[in-house]
Write a protein that binds this ligand. Structure first.
Ligand code: ADP
Ligand code: ASP
Ligand code: MG
Length: 811
């Protein structure tokens, strides 16, 4: 014999009830069916009762809707009018009772436990009668067999009495029998219930007493999942769980099965399967006592509980005093307060417990009363209650004797800025639970799920500022590479936010990178860079990366607060790293302390890997003693293009027109850009340098740069054509070429300016707008390390930014 329990959604509509019929018709053996109320009805009943107790006349329309929902499903299930009438008559007593009890509650403005239990159980009485008629099943009234008594403010099942009564039913069972779930009665015969979600428990009690071969829980998901699929869309179905694992997961919030359900099945060694009514072919989850082969995962699932408070009692006077915890828990038990988690440090100067939030004030009073003397004497210094907390638990029998589980767990949540307030691990090592802020639940579950279950691919959540040439090329790359990244790097980059100068676009689920700019223009929400930052921090997504493809100081100014909120930063914008040393240092330190990333490889040499090799050298213990570099593609283009027939002024115009220079070429010609890049290289090489420490000779004399307008500059710069050509000719005669370079020496001295190099110097052959960096270190002393190549342009910069983003994912 099999017990099949169908939950609220499984019987939520006439169509769904027809699915249930199909499932029943496919069974070969005798079956006992347990049904919940039609989906959502229990909530509505409780709402009607509460409204009535508050004296709110709205209760009556709630009741009316409940009645109509049932009438509609009867009409839709039974086409035969006579049969329809029969069923209407059958449920009439329930409708009458619902009307009269709620009216009574409304009149006396009081909702006793007894009335509430009566009202909330009406849903199962109605659904079971309707479905039993539809399935031609023999109907049994569970209230006659399942007996309860009250303990700690809740109805508990009187197992002995219940089992005895149920055994008497066995001979009366039919081929298809049906029992309402959830409802029961006490000794006096009053209606009671088994607690929210209790239909599962009804089914398990029947399974145990009837000695069933199998208990099947039919619901709206494919089985027991690695996490709540409503929170983690990538959760997947667990094939097998032990009774203990299922118990822990459900106890810590996995609603798919009501926790007390496990025990009766476990005691009788009855296997439980969780099945999907809407997808009956999938095997679902098997819960039993069998050992697993092959070797299963260490962690089976993650669950969480919300609406809880963390209550901490602390004081030096508690250390070494016996009886404190006994008195604490006794005082809570006396007030019927359920303790969900306990954590005590071995120093004994504090005990933390987790309780349901609506009991926290009651708990405080109970503890204050119990420890009045200790509080007066300051042996206990205080009781602190943190509200809006949550408990997260990871569960798996194979965590036993496996090291590194908590390391992985707390490392992944910590990296994402989720603060852990208390931790508890039972000696059974089956469960590690910890307390966090409720607002961090989704993030915590996501990162844990990713670390333990989805090592097959990781996910980055991207926020981009800047939709200019670099930004748009980056988006194209993301769109074009996404499939390859998934296949080859097991990485999914989701574009969550995009901001331009005037507004932003955000989508929690990610947006199409190829159309994002277009959409931003059409439908952006107005806001500043700071608003964008606030939204990113509020979204609180795991593995978030902020990407700056702008050249704006305002954007650079938000990096610190993003890093503080555990958002990694990748930037093509030089401003932050070349501003004051203390700003640069603080950004780097924050990233390191938080275990996140601050990457700016494209700040120097665009797509050329320069900063990363320097970092690698420094990290390996090498010391960089000297650097020489050509870091301006624009200026290198200019010196390489100068000739007898192409004077300086013309080449400057050409560079501007070809887009090789900044829109205002004076920015390049002043040498400032090279100074900033040198500063970054020097800092990354371990030198504490400020902009003022760099000795700079501008490419053209300062008085030209100081001219009030660009037009005037372009006019006047012609005066330099002759002296420049003279200098070039002189160098040429000596077999040398002009280069605008930067040099850093071991004393930390940095010089930027025009130099002449001969044929033996690596700069000599530097073509076009290329960049070069020579690095002398203790290991690369005689022959410097050389990095040379194309060092400017939106394409290579976008590629460099993209590479940095991928690096964030890989660390
Ligand atoms: P029923 O009405 O069938 O009893 P419930 O709503 O009580 O269904 O339980 C099923 C729901 O439990 C799912 O829709 C899902 O949102 C939730 N749930 C929470 N944690 C888990 C989990 N680990 N696996 C599967 N479902 C879960
Ligand atoms: N209908 C009840 C509830 O919603 C019992 C159940 O569905 O298991 O809690
Ligand atoms: Mg349920």
């Amino acid at each position: 014999m099999k017990i099949l329990k169908f939950g609220g959604t499984s019987v939520g509509s006439a169509d769904n009830i027809r699915r249930v019929k199909d499932i029943i018709q496919n069974q070969n053996n005798r079956v006992v069916i347990v049904v919940s109320a039609l989906g959502g009805i229990t909530d509505r009943l409780i709402k009607a009762a509460t409204l009535a107790a508050e004296g709110d006349g709205q209760y009556a329309s709630e009741v009316k809707q409940i009645v109509e929902i049932h009438q509609d499903s009867i009409k839709s299930l039974f086409s035969d009018e006579q049969k329809q009438q029969e069923v209407f008559d059958m449920v009439a007593p329930e409708f009458d009772e619902l009307n009269s009890i709620t009216k009574g509650v409304f009149l006396i403005r009081e909702l006793s436990r007894k009335s509430l239990e009566s009202i909330s159980g009406i849903g199962e009485r109605l659904s079971s009668k309707i479905i039993a008629s539809f399935l031609n099943a023999k109907w049994f009234d569970s209230r006659k067999y399942i007996k309860t008594y009250v303990e700690y403010g809740r109805s508990q099942v009187d197992l002995e009495a219940t089992n005895k009564l149920l055994l008497e039913v066995v001979p009366k069972l039919d081929k298809i029998s049906l029992f309402p779930g959830f409802i029961s009665s006490n000794k006096k015969g009053d209606n009671t219930t088994l607690g929210r979600g209790g239909s599962d428990y009804t089914a398990s009690l029947l399974a145990a007493s009837f000695d069933a071969d199998m208990l099947e829980i039919w619901t709206d998901v494919n089985g027991f999942m690695t996490a709540d699929p409503k929170v983690i869309s990538r959760a997947y179905c667990i094939e097998h769980l032990s009774y203990a694992e299922a118990m822990e997961l459900s106890h810590f919030g996995a609603k798919v099965i009501y926790p007390p359900t496990i025990l009766p099945a476990y005691q009788k060694k009855i296997p439980i399967t969780i099945k999907n009514t809407f997808n009956p072919e999938t095997p679902g989850t098997l819960i039993d006592g069998q050992k697993e082969t092959p070797k299963p995962r260490q962690i089976k699932g993650i669950s969480s509980i919300k609406n809880v408070s963390l209550l901490t009692v602390h004081g030096m006077g508690m250390v070494g005093v016996s009886g404190i915890s006994m008195r604490l828990f006794a005082s809570l038990a006396a007030e019927e307060i359920n303790v969900i988690l306990i954590s005590q440090a071995s120093s004994e100067n504090s005990i933390s417990i987790v309780i349901e939030s609506d009991q926290s004030e009651k708990a405080r009073k109970a503890i204050e009363k119990e420890f009045k003397r200790e509080l007066d004497d300051r042996h206990i210094s205080g009781i602190v209650i943190d509200d809006q907390m949550a408990v997260v638990a990871i569960v798996g029998e194979n965590m036993k004797h496996t090291t590194g589980m908590s390391g992985l767990l707390f490392n992944s949540v910590g990296k994402n800025g989720v603060n852990v307030y208390a931790i508890a691990q039972g000696a059974s090592e089956l469960n590690i639970s910890f307390v966090i802020k409720e607002r961090d639940i989704k993030k915590a579950l996501n990162v844990i799920h990713e670390s333990f279950f989805l090592s097959d691919y990781s996910r980055l959540n991207l926020f981009l500022v800047g939709k200019g040439t670099v930004g748009s090329k980056l988006l194209n790359k993301i769109a074009a590479q996404s499939e390859k990244l998934m296949n080859e790097n097991r990485l999914k980059i989701r574009l969550i936010g995009l901001a331009g100068r005037k507004g932003m676009l955000l989508n929690n689920e990610g947006m199409d990178a190829s159309t994002a700019i277009e959409n931003l223009e059409k439908e952006s929400i107005p806001g500043t860079v700071e608003d964008f930052r606030d939204r990113i921090i509020d979204m609180n997504l795991a593995n978030s990366v902020f990407v700056d493809c702008s050249a704006s100081g305002e954007v650079a100014a938000i990096y610190q607060s993003l890093l503080d909120a555990n958002v990694s930063v990748v930037t093509a914008n030089k401003i932050a790293s070349s501003s004051s040393y203390s700003t640069y240092k603080k950004l780097k330190d924050t990233a390191r302390e938080k275990g996140i990333r601050f990457f700016f490889e494209t700040n120097v040499g665009a797509g050329l890997p320069i900063i990363a090799p320097i970092n690698d050298l420094v990290r390996s213990g090498d010391k960089i003693v000297r650097l020489e570099a050509v870091l301006s593609g624009t200026l290198n283009y200019i010196v390489n293009t100068l000739s007898e027939d192409k004077p300086l002024s013309e080449v400057i115009i050409e560079a501007k027109e070809k887009g090789f220079s900044e829109p205002d070429p004076r920015v390049d010609l002043s040498g400032t850009d090279v100074v900033r890049k040198s500063l970054i290289l020097a800092r990354e090489s371990g030198y504490n340098l400020e902009e003022a420490d760099v000795q700079v000779e501008p490419f053209v004399p300062q008085e030209y740069l100081d001219l009030p307008s660009l037009e005037e500059f372009m006019r006047k710069v012609k005066e330099l054509d002759a002296p420049f050509e003279e200098r070039r000719q002189k160098a040429l005669k000596e077999g040398k070429r002009l280069r605008y370079g930067a040099r850093l020496t071991s004393e930390g001295k940095a010089v930027v300016g025009l130099m002449e190099v001969d044929r033996t110097h690596p700069f000599y052959d530097l073509e076009g707008s290329n960049n070069i960096v020579l690095i002398w270190s203790e290991h690369y002393f005689e022959h410097p390390m050389q990095i040379k190549g194309y060092g400017a342009g939106a394409d290579v910069t976008a590629a460099g930014v993209f590479a940095d983003i991928i690096k964030v994912a890989n660390v």
